[in-house]
Design a binder for this molecule. Structure first.
Ligand code: FE
Length: 201
């Protein structure tokens, strides 16, 4: 869209590459470094607010409270997504509500029950952690998570998160490079990071 967005995408791609580099074994250290890279240019920058996106047709209220969406028999590649909810003034947001929902490995949503749906609250440092599987792709869309994020007594931010290096990102009409997760790919459990930034005035 503009030069700024391009540079941000490049930084995220660099970040993804560094996370994939051999020799990074400690998840916590890897993400500590990731956040340092991300936070310095973005913190306090109003342009860094996490952009909203459509909820799509598959949101269901009253999801179960849980940090892991894994269930016996669930097919797919495991992924752990972690990060912070913070304000544009760099303040962590404790007790922020995050409500995730996404497609299963075959690209289907559970509209009858609550499989691959769950909400949680950030801890006192503003952190969240979601354990789930990599969503499958369905026709017309690239790979994505859906999420609603809400600081206590504040409006809901509805948005989506995307995966780096997905061929369908280029053709997805609502894909936004600001919403791409940092991803450390591995055969066992994929590790991903994304920080949500809310404009709390
Ligand atoms: Fe969707």
């Amino acid at each position: 869209m503009n030069d700024r967005d391009d540079s941000r995408l490049t930084r995220r791609e660099f970040l993804a590459a560094s996370l994939a580099a051999p020799g990074i074994f400690l998840l916590r250290d890897a993400f500590g470094a990731a956040r340092e890279l991300e936070a310095t240019p973005g913190c306090g920058d109003a342009d860094d607010v996490t952009p909203p996106q459509t909820a799509g047709p598959f949101y269901k209220p009253i999801s179960p409270e849980r940090r892991s969406l894994l269930e016996p028999g669930l097919k797919g590649s495991r992924i752990v997504l972690e990060g912070y909810v913070r304000s544009t003034k760099c303040q962590p947001v404790p007790r922020a509500l995050l409500d995730f929902w996404h497609a299963d490995a075959s690209g289907a949503y559970d509209n009858a029950g609550y499989s691959l749906r769950g909400h949680q609250f950030t801890d006192d440092k503003g952190r969240y952690r979601l354990e789930t599987i990599v969503p499958g792709i369905y026709p017309g869309r690239t790979r994505h998570f859906h999420v609603r994020v809400q600081a206590p007594n504040r409006p809901v931010l509805t948005t989506q998160l995307y995966f780096p290096n997905e061929p369908q990102n280029k053709s997805d009409w609502i894909f936004n490079p600001k919403l791409v997760i940092a991803l450390r790919d591995s055969a066992a459990v994929k590790a991903a990071a994304f920080d949500f930034v809310l404009d709390l005035g």
